[in-house]
Design a protein around this ligand. Structure first.
Ligand SMILES: [Mg+2]
Length: 352
């Protein structure tokens, strides 16, 4: 039986800003866009949330609700550094992880715990270790499937661990607002609400004909399964990603070398960002060249150590592009940059 956890950092962007400037800790803090423009709230700290401020609200509305709130612009590269430290720490306790966002992901606790008692201990160790190494707090939901874990991690924020043992999944979900079920968007919620279904249990209890009428297509049975706590999705492990790449077809074929290099470096940045988001680095860099006649050349180089930096990937890929063009000159319709031979950075930590 699977034993999974969903981990979610608490008010992540706001928590990082508070660590960087402890004076913000005592004030309502909103991380997001310009409150005097068309900005949107990315995250608010818990003091600001008490004023009814939440993510995706317009910053202008947040300012109306709390005129003395402090507004700061998001600093994504800083958040990525913290996120990286968090996932590195987690990987030392639970090696099988799937990051699903900068501040959340799933852990395979069955790889380290025998049962749900052990799973609670591991979840608690993860929480303690995240706190000790980064000063950030997180919440976890522990259960048998992704959907139940995801909902459970949100029940005792901040800093809570919610364990839903096997056999209790449907009972745990039943009284919760149907809106909390991942996959139920505003439209589905509205249709369900008009039919008098406000809880996940209500959705779970629908018979086929009702379900078909309310939620046409294949989404209905899928959501009803999830409402019953049935969710066979496995973790998608970082190690299973074979390569990360990006490519671009030009509006016009390009032969000018400096222009091609600029394109390659731009793609290298995208690739590097995706690698870092997934907590991966790779040793093999590949450049793909598609000529005006649609023929393709690829050139690869394998490096002594894994890379996830745009500059390094760009340098290597530009060299490969030059080599490819040296072998066969011509105008290119497309260039691509890829990185493979991936490993999670956990391995890099241990192997140097
Ligand atoms: Mg979060």
């Amino acid at each position: 039986m699977p034993i999974l956890a969903h981990l979610d950092l608490d008010a992540f962007f706001a928590a990082v800003e508070e660590l960087e400037d402890p004076a913000l800790r005592e004030q309502p803090l909103v991380v997001g866009g310009d409150p005097h423009g068309r900005g949107v709230v990315a995250t608010a700290n818990y003091i600001a949330r008490a004023f009814g401020i939440h993510s995706a609200m317009s910053s202008a509305e947040a300012l109306r609700r709390c005129p003395h709130a402090v507004f700061v612009r998001p600093r994504h590269s800083l958040y990525k550094q913290y996120s990286r430290a968090v996932w590195q720490t987690i990987a030392e306790i639970v090696p099988r992880i799937e990051r699903t966002g900068i501040d959340e992901g799933y852990l395979d606790l069955a790889s380290v715990a025998r049962d749900f008692v052990g799973a609670r201990t591991v979840a608690s160790a993860v929480r303690t270790s995240v706190r000790a190494t980064t000063s950030l707090t997180c919440s976890l939901g522990v259960s048998t499937s992704k959907v139940v874990c995801k909902i459970a991690s949100d029940r005792r924020k901040p800093g809570g661990i919610t364990v839903v043992p096997p056999g209790h999944e449907a009972r745990f979900l039943a009284p919760l607002n149907v809106r909390l079920l991942p996959g139920v968007g505003p439209r589905a919620e509205e249709r369900l609400r008009r039919a008098g279904i406000e809880t996940i249990g209500g959705l779970a209890g629908l018979v086929d004909a009702e379900l078909k009428a309310l939620l046409p297509g294949s989404i209905g049975p899928l959501l009803r399964d999830r409402a019953r706590g049935i969710d066979p999705r496995d973790l998608e492990l970082a190690g299973e990603t074979v390569s990360v790449s990006a490519e671009d077809t030009f509006p016009r074929d390009i032969s000018e070398r400096a222009q091609l290099h600029a394109q390659v470096r731009r793609l290298a940045e995208l690739v590097a960002e995706r690698l870092r988001d997934s907590g991966l680095s790779g040793r093999t860099v590949t450049a793909k060249l598609r000529y005006g006649d649609f023929s393709i050349r690829t050139r690869s180089a394998t490096l002594p150590a894994g890379v996830d930096e745009a500059k390094v990937i760009g340098d290597v890929a530009c060299g490969l592009l030059d080599r490819g063009l040296g072998d066969r000159p011509g105008a290119l319709r497309l260039v691509g940059v890829g990185v493979s031979s991936l490993s999670p950075y956990r391995q890099l930590t241990f192997d140097g």
